[in-house]
Design a protein around this ligand. Structure first.
Ligand code: ADP
Length: 378
């Protein structure tokens, strides 16, 4: 009976040993074929195994590396890292994706990411460490290049912004002088038959001046320097004033303001809100065919003041509706038929956003558009 047990036990031991050997062979094959360098070492730092990728990465053959100290691949200034790694391993802690630099046989430095895990014997005692190293030089180089490009791009962008500020300032100064002199001439030539030419010139100068002011605003927004000067004012009065001023510029469209009675106290930058209103109502006039109607609603909705500007103009296609608030965006068809620069709505949206409000549009081609904006009420 005892003999049978012994034979059975021996057979079981040998099949278990076979299994263990097979497992060992599979693991060895995985280590050998891995693209990552896999190295093991004792707690004293003596290399005990070294796979093919380690040879490829560091230049030492297995025969050259095994038995040597791990410091053969550690640059002098990073020797302390090894002490830190071994201390962690002794405590049973794993080191995950530690990005560092190691050196090859020929002294070339490599940017690598290492993961070091404790190796335990069958009793669970830590007897060494296994280290998996991945060459990240290409990634690190690409990141460095990316950073350099980004830095260069930021520099160029800054040059462009500085240039825009400088050019706009320089253009504005002579233009102001031209404008003032033209106005004097206009007063002097009151009864002259050439006055219409002068009037036209003044109109164009005013357009140019407005464009330069807008470009300066864009530069300020880009630089995060759009300063707001908050005051307390009644938005109803402001809308009334703007509507009647803009009504003077068009005899075809009727501008109707619905909420004349309600006082809408706002704590905002009056000039900037005026700029938004002039731009949206101006667009409503510009993009509405003759004999259109522009209806303005304004009121309070919870903690917000809302303003809605309806027109029955050409309308905007659905795919363009969100883009019209982007810098320099113009709807392709209207770009050729109407003059404009595509910056008015961008500036308006930045102004409203910096007041903590919202701006959006709804529209249907051929039927017209509604532009909405809100700002916090007092
Ligand atoms: P601009 O009018 O100078 O081109 P904006 O930034 O004010 O620039 O407007 C961006 C674009 O949005 C315009 O080019 C136009 O295509 C479209 N748009 C704006 N308002 C209206 C409107 N009321 N009706 C139709 N299209 C409009």
């Amino acid at each position: 009976m005892g003999k049978v047990t012994h034979i059975w036990q021996t057979a079981r031991d040998s099949s278990q040993q076979k299994l263990a050997e097979e497992k060992q062979a599979i693991l060895a094959a995985i280590v050998a074929s891995s693209d990552d360098a896999i190295i093991s070492k004792t707690l004293d730092g003596i290399i005990t195994s070294w796979n093919q990728s380690a040879t490829k990465m560091f230049g030492f053959t297995e025969a050259e590396a095994v038995g040597k100290h791990i410091t053969i691949i550690i640059p002098k200034e990073r020797i302390d890292e090894e002490t830190m790694i071994i201390e962690s391993i002794r405590r049973g802690e794993k080191i995950d994706h530690f990005e560092t630099v190691r050196q090859g046989k020929d002294g070339t430095r490599k940017q690598i990411s290492i993961t070091v895990s404790p190796v335990k014997d069958s009793k669970g005692k830590i007897i060494g460490a296994s280290k998996i190293a991945r060459d990240i030089s290409a990634r690190a180089e690409a990141e460095k290049q990316g950073q350099l490009y980004m830095q260069r791009l930021q520099e160029l962008n800054k040059y462009k912004d500085d240039f825009m500020v400088m050019a706009s300032h320089e253009l504005k100064t002579p233009l102001t002088v031209i404008s003032a002199n033209l106005q004097i001439l206009q007063m002097m030539l009151k009864a002259d038959s050439n006055l219409p030419f002068l009037d036209k010139t003044i109109k164009q100068v005013n357009k140019l001046s407005a464009l330069i002011t807008s470009l300066l605003d864009v530069s300020k927004i880009q630089a995060g320097k759009l300063a707001l000067d908050f005051t307390l004012f009644d938005l109803t009065l402001l809308i009334e004033e703007i509507s009647s001023n803009l009504q003077q510029t068009t005899s075809n469209q009727r501008i109707i303001f619905n909420n004349r009675r309600e006082i809408l106290m706002a704590h905002a930058d009056r000039e900037r809100i005026e700029q938004v209103l002039v731009n949206i109502i101006g667009n409503a006039i510009k993009y509405t065919h003759d004999s259109g109607e522009i209806i303005i609603d304004a009121g309070k909705n919870g903690n917000d003041i809302f303003v809605d500007i309806h027109d029955n103009g050409i309308g905007i296609a659905q795919e363009d509706i969100d883009n019209i608030f982007l810098r320099f965006y113009r709807v392709s068809g209207s770009a050729s038929s109407f003059s404009g620069s595509g910056i008015g709505l961008y500036i308006s949206s930045e102004i409203i956003k910096s007041h903590g409000g919202k701006i959006w549009a709804e529209s249907k081609i051929g039927s017209g558009s509604v532009f909405h904006f809100t700002i916090p009420a007092v």
